[in-house]
Each structure stands twice: as structure tokens, then as C-alpha cells.
Design a protein. Sequence first.
Length: 276
Amino acid sequence: MNSDDLTVESPDGTRLVVRRLGAGDPVVLVHGSGGGLHSWAAVADDLARDHAVWMPARRGYGPSDVPPGTKSFADETADLLALIEAAHRPSGKPVHLVGASYGATLALHTASADPRNLRSLAVFEPPLYAAGAGIAPLLDRYRSAFERDDATAMAAALNDVTRVPAEIVAALAASAGDRTPDPVEARRSAIGWLHDLEALAADGTDVARWSSISVPTLLLAGADTWEPMPTTVDALAAAMPTARHIVWPGQSHFATMTAPSLFADALRQFFAEVSG
């Protein structure tokens, strides 16, 4: 599938690089922490058969800008609203907004702040438990490790944020084998994580606030994802009783990579239902 990269400028001058492919009703896919332009590749290739897919690298993640200072969800909401406007403008059609992990939390913030150009919202496992004052000491640990360029200490701090079980961490390490991460991509990811943790530490854990979202919403989750994610997504579903809630057996927090066709089919069906 052919794609092209373009730049969208946020109100504060931050330049966001966006990968665009396909044609049809616009869809914006928002990546999680540690991601980038590649994060949604397999899902996007499927969706682009009948949709115009827009995939930004969020601020802090190259090749988008890394602005100075501390990042907040308000900054990223402004970024995403600028991108939604850019995706909406060519056809005048409202946008389907999709976020995974941290990107799902950002999508919730954005749909709550300004839904005017949105047709629907789909969120996959937002880590709403990983926010607030409890994240501040982990942010400090991570920043210290980042400044020392200590990859092991950075990973340990992130594991405490995400609460990935030790056996899953070990399995992921084993699957990587002797492969050495690309140093440029590793540094991009590390910088992005630092800024994401800043935003999370300044955010809250109140799930009820998302009950004000008025656009049609799809909540997605994997049945095999570790706690407290399942409990968190269930609480979000209770706060948004009109949202459709799907839990996939045999899938986990990595479903965008392990089951891209399943993911794309669920989105396509949802988009058809809310657009009919």
C-alpha cells in the first residue's frame, strides 16, 4: 500500500509528521508509548483498502518535533485536534478517532475536549490506572536513568509503570534474542517515554470524567492482558454505558501486532454501524 508523509503544525508551532495512506472516510490512528509512525502499520494496511488512514508520530517521538519543557495532555490534545482538522478538511467528512494504550488515553482527552469533527471514538486498553501522584516517583527514576543513558534502569522503571508481569517481561526479552535495538530508534523511544510519563504524572485516575463523551464509542480489550488493565477497562465501560465493549479471547495488550486483521475488522464493522 503506497503512503506519503506530511507535516501538520500544532497551535504552538510543534511540527507533527503524519503517515497517510488509502482513500475514503478519514481515520486517525494514535500510537501508544514507545511507538511511532510504524506502530499501526499492519492494521493501517488493512483499513486503507477502504479508508483514508492518518498516523501521526506524537510530539516527542521522531521524526516529529521534541518541544522543550514538560509535556501535558493539553499539549497533545491540541496536536491531535489540529491533525483531526487536517484529516477532516479534504472531504468535509467527520473523522473516526482510534487510540491504543497511551494513545487511547489521549483519544479520550481529545473526544472530551472537542468532538465537533469526530464521527466515532475507538479506544484499546487505555492505562488509566497509570497516572497521577503515584507516577511521579517513577518519572523521577526514569528521568535519572535517562540522563545516565541506563537502558536497564529505564526499562525497570517502565515495568513498574505498566505493571507487566515478570514472566511476560522475560518472554519478550527471550523473543528478542541477540538482536541489538537500533540506537536511533531506541533513543527516540526513550525520549518519547520520558514526555509521556510527564503527562501521565500530571493527569488523574478518575474514570467517571469520560462519561461526558458524546460520540459513538467502542471499547476494545484483550482477555489475556494483565491486571489492573481488565478492571480499568471494565470501569471505563461502566462509566460509558452506551459504549460498545468488546473483549477478545486469547489476545493481550499487543493485539495491534498479534491480530491486526481482527483489529481492523472490528474497527471496520464499527465504522459502518455508526456511519449508516
